[in-house]
Design a binder for this molecule. Structure first.
Ligand SMILES: *Cc1c(COP(=O)(O)O)cnc(C)c1O
Length: 424
C-alpha cells in the first residue's frame, strides 16, 4: 500500500472531531500487549470505560441499601429503565412513549408477533428474506405453527436475483404487491447482517401499509449504526439488541419499539406480565391487567438492573458525542474511504458485497486464490486484526465511528495487501 494512503489516514484522524472518543473505550490487546485493530463492533461493541463505574454503583446500592435500592439512591431500580428511554428513543427515531428497553431481541420479537401477527381470512402469510438471521426465521416459523399454520404454505421467503448477493428494493416492492392479498405481516432487517445492506424502511413501510399489511423490523445491525426515524416512517414495531453497535455488553438487554398508534390501544392482544401493568396500581398486587398505554405495556418482568446500568453508560457516550448525526457523518466518510481503499488496492482480488446503501460494515468476498478466506482470517488474527469470518467466503469488517480510526482501516487494507503478496 502506498505511503500516501497511510499518511492520508493520519491526516483524516487528526481532523476527526470524534477522534477523542476512542479514548473513552477499552481497546482489547493482542497476546503480546499491542492494541488490536478491532473491526467487529457489529458483533460485540467495545466496553466504555465508564461502564464499570455505572454497574459498580448499582452493586454498591444493593450492598448498602438492600431492598430500599428500589426506591432510594441516585438511580432507584423501580424506574431504572426509564432513565434509558429518551437516549434510546433518539437513536431509533421514536417517541419516548414508543420505546422500551427490555428482554432480549428474540424475546421481544416473540412478544411483537403475539400482538401483531393476527392471521385472518385470506391474510395468513408472513414474508421474510431468505438470508434472514436464523433466530428471526425460527421465531417466525414457530408463530405460524402456534397458529396451526404450515410454514411450507404460509412462510414466503424473498431471495436476491440469481448470482446477486443483495436484494433490490424494487424486487421487494413487486413481491409485496404480488402477494398483497395474502400477506398478514412482513419482517425485514434494517441492515442485513451478512451483506451489510441497508433496507429502505420508509419505502417498504409505506408500501406495506398501502396494502393493509403490518411491517416490523429487526434492527440488530441498524440501531446505533444507521439513521432511523421509526416514528416518522410509521413503522409498526421494531426490535434490536444492545451488545452490537450499542456497546452495552454481551447478552445485554434489548430494545423494542411499538408505534404510538398501537401502543395507546391497551386492548391490543399481547403476552403480558405484571411489569406492563399500570404503574399506579401495580403494587396493589391484584390479578387484573391494565396495560400501560406506551411501549412499556409489553414489559413482562422487573428488569436486570446491572445490565441496564451498562446500557445507561453506553447511551451516555452516544449523548456526549452529540447523538447519531455526527456519528453518521463520520461513518459515511470512514466507510466510504474504506471502500475506496479496497477498490484501489485490492479491487481485482476482493469483491465488496455491501451496496452503497449501508451502515459502517463492508462484507468482502475473496475471488483471489492468494487470499483464501479462511487462511486470510487466520493470518489477520495472528497479526492482531479482529474481523469476522462467515462461511463460505466472506470477511466482514465494521469500522465503528465512535472508536475506530481512519488509520485502522488503512492498516487493515495494508495487511491484506501484504498477505496477498505472501509476506509473513
Ligand atoms: C445479533 C442478531 C440477533 C440476536 O438475537 P438475540 O435474541 O439477541 O440473541 C438477532 N437478529 C439479528 C439480525 C442479529 O444480527
Amino acid at each position: 500500500m502506498t505511503p500516501a494512503s497511510l499518511s492520508r489516514a493520519r491526516e483524516l484522524d487528526a481532523a476527526d472531531p470524534l477522534g477523542p472518543f476512542r479514548d473513552q473505550f477499552y481497546i482489547p490487546c493482542t497476546e503480546d500487549g499491542r492494541e488490536q485493530i478491532y473491526l467487529v463492533g457489529n458483533s460485540l461493541g467495545l466496553q466504555p470505560k465508564i461502564t464499570g463505574e455505572y454497574v459498580g454503583d448499582e452493586l454498591e446500592a444493593w450492598r448498602r441499601l438492600g431492598v430500599r435500592g428500589h426506591f432510594s439512591g441516585p438511580h432507584p431500580w423501580m424506574p431504572y429503565h426509564e432513565f434509558l428511554t429518551e437516549s434510546m428513543a433518539r437513536i431509533v427515531g421514536g417517541l419516548p412513549a414508543e420505546v422500551v428497553v427490555m428482554n432480549s431481541l428474540t424475546v421481544n420479537l416473540h412478544l411483537m408477533l403475539a400482538s401483531f401477527f393476527q392471521p385472518q381470512g385470506r391474510r395468513k402469510k408472513i414474508l421474510i428474506e431468505a438470508g434472514a438471521f436464523p433466530s428471526d426465521h425460527i421465531a417466525i416459523e414457530s408463530h405460524l405453527r402456534w397458529h396451526g399454520l404450515d410454514p411450507r404454505e404460509h412462510l414466503l421467503v424473498g431471495s436476491p436475483r440469481p448470482g446477486a448477493a443483495c436484494l433490490e428494493m424494487d424486487d421487494w416492492c413487486e413481491l409485496i404487491e404480488r402477494n398483497r392479498e395474502e400477506l398478514a405481516l412482513i419482517l425485514l432487517p434494517g441492515v442485513q447482517y451478512y451483506t451489510g445492506q441497508m433496507f429502505d424502511l420508509a419505502r417498504l413501510t409505506k408500501l406495506a401499509h398501502s396494502q393493509g399489511i403490518i411491517i416490523g423490523f429487526d434492527l440488530a445491525h441498524a440501531a446505533g449504526n444507521v439513521e432511523l426515524k421509526l416514528h416518522e416512517w410509521d413503522v409498526d414495531f421494531a426490535v434490536w439488541c444492545t451488545y452490537k453497535y450499542l456497546n452495552s455488553g454481551p447478552g445485554s438487554v434489548g430494545g423494542c419499539f411499538v408505534h404510538q398508534r398501537h401502543a395507546v390501544n391497551t386492548d391490543l392482544v399481547r403476552l403480558a406480565g405484571w411489569w406492563g401493568h399500570d404503574k399506579s396500581t401495580r403494587f396493589l398486587m391484584r390479578p387484573e391487567f391494565r396495560a400501560i398505554p406506551t411501549a412499556e405495556g409489553w414489559q413482562l418482568s422487573n428488569p436486570p438492573i446491572l445490565s441496564l446500568a451498562a446500557i445507561r453508560a453506553a447511551l451516555e457516550i452516544f449523548d456526549r458525542a452529540g447523538g447519531m448525526p455526527p456519528l453518521l457523518a463520520k461513518s459515511r466518510q470512514l466507510t466510504g474511504w474504506f471502500a475506496e481503499l479496497i477498490q484501489r488496492e485490492l479491487g481485482d482480488s476482493l469483491e465488496i458485497l455491501t451496496p452503497s446503501a449501508r451502515g459502517c460494515q463492508l462484507s468482502l468476498r475473496s475471488a483471489d486464490p492468494r487470499l483464501p478466506g479462511r487462511r486470510v482470517k487466520q493470518q489477520l488474527d495472528a497479526a492482531g486484526f479482529e474481523t469476522d469470518w462467515r462461511e463460505p467466503d466472506v470477511i466482514r469488517a465494521a469500522p465503528v465511528p465512535l472508536y475506530n480510526r481512519f488509520s485502522d482501516v488503512a492498516a487493515f487494507v495494508d495487511r491484506l495487501v501484504r498477505i496477498r503478496a505472501g509476506e509473513p
